[in-house]
Write a protein that binds this ligand. Structure first.
Ligand code: TXA
Ligand code: MG
Length: 330
């Protein structure tokens, strides 16, 4: 099959909405990363997601909705969920709730809960509304690859495996949504992401955060993730971080690139640097596209500056730890 990148116009919305209704998959833009969407209520459509991605089917999918009515149809909405809906939806946050029977178990990997989010992206919202169905979607990369933040990234991974990629330009946030579990007595962070925990806590109260990278809180977190072809080394924040990066760069037998914050770029002299931005929020926006770019430019190793794990930094560090497969230098 031929995979087409389609611009969001009336004709293409109608075409993609029809594909979803017919149980086909369509890649859709969101504010976090591109998703590979299917009608969440159609089992044969959902199975095509797992096939296209090469994804293990015990790994549950997030269901994307365009209005609150759809949420009520899919899950039991409790008080904390209402707070999230009123304050943070649409936005880069996914809430895990007790599911209703209408949600097939192939969407939830057999769990009795479902992850739901309303993307803050006009193209996604319009497509979901026009199709009239909730759309389950994992990130639209081949399993283990960095998540796609542009239509061309999706094409690179899934060319020939899907009919259509709806082009919404570059994703604003750049890392996946923050996932919180609202089924437990205390709200728990399952995955750090594009919405800082501290901002959620202003409305929701304390959220339990397990910062250790060794525990898989949601099923998806146990798999290999975000891997470019080149090995990644992560340098934890410290006073002599730059010195350590330079030492590795200068002694590495191959072509290296450094991911550095704007303020530190000069410290590396004429070594090859990708400027990831001035803070963790900008780092989040650039990380996945730079991992992919480093592959295209055929670097042999990627040396990443770490950041403080508060605010947007927690989501960034989580991705960097996984991308580095625990090649961490402190
Ligand atoms: O920003 C995002 O969340 C993107 C865009 C496309 O919306 N989606 C995304 O999906 O990151 P995916 O499949 O790559 O990651 C979803 C994660 C997985 O780690 C999965 O285990 C977890 O969400 N998850 C989904 N439903 C869950 C549930 N009921 N309980 C616990 N974890 C769940
Ligand atoms: Mg993913």
């Amino acid at each position: 099959m031929e995979t087409k990148i389609l611009q969001p116009n009336n004709e293409n919305y109608a075409y993609c909405a029809k594909l979803l209704q017919d149980g086909e998959v369509v890649a859709i833009p969101t504010e976090t990363v591109y998703g590979l969407g299917a009608n969440a209520l159609c089992e044969s459509g959902v199975k095509k997601i797992y096939e296209a991605k090469g994804r293990p089917s015990d790994n549950p999918l997030i269901v994307h909705v365009a209005d609150f009515e759809m949420i009520e149809k899919l899950a039991y909405v409790n008080d904390r969920a209402r707070i999230v809906m009123q304050n943070f939806m649409p936005g880069p946050v996914t809430m895990v709730l007790k599911k209703k029977d209408i949600v097939p178990s192939c969407v939830t990997g057999g769990l009795d809960t479902v992850g739901i989010r309303m993307p803050e992206n006009e193209v996604a919202l319009r497509l979901i509304k026009e199709s009239g169905v909730p759309v389950c979607a994992p990130s639209a990369n081949t399993s283990t690859r960095p998540s796609p933040t542009k239509a061309t990234h999706v094409l690179y991974d899934l060319d020939g495996k899907i009919y259509a990629i709806l082009d919404g330009g570059e994703c604003k946030v750049g890392v996946e949504s923050t996932i919180i579990d609202l089924t437990t007595e205390k709200t728990r962070l399952l995955r750090a992401g594009g919405m800082p925990v501290e901002i959620l806590e202003e409305k929701l109260g304390k959220i339990e955060v397990v910062k250790s990278s060794t525990v898989a809180l949601c099923p998806g977190m146990k798999y290999k993730h975000y891997s470019p072809k080149a090995p990644v080394f992560l340098f934890l924040p410290s006073e002599d971080l730059q010195t350590k990066v330079i030492e590795k760069y200068d002694t590495y037998n191959g072509k290296a690139v450094i991911f550095a914050l704007s303020d530190n770029v000069n410290a590396y002299g004429d070594r090859t640097v990708y400027n990831v931005g001035k803070n963790a929020e900008e780092y989040a926006h650039n990380l996945f596209r730079f991992l992919r770019r480093a592959d295209r430019e055929e670097f042999d190793v990627i040396l990443c500056e770490g950041v403080d794990d508060s605010g947007y930094g927690l989501g960034v560090m989580n991705r960097l730890i996984k991308a580095s497969a625990n090649n961490i230098i402190s």
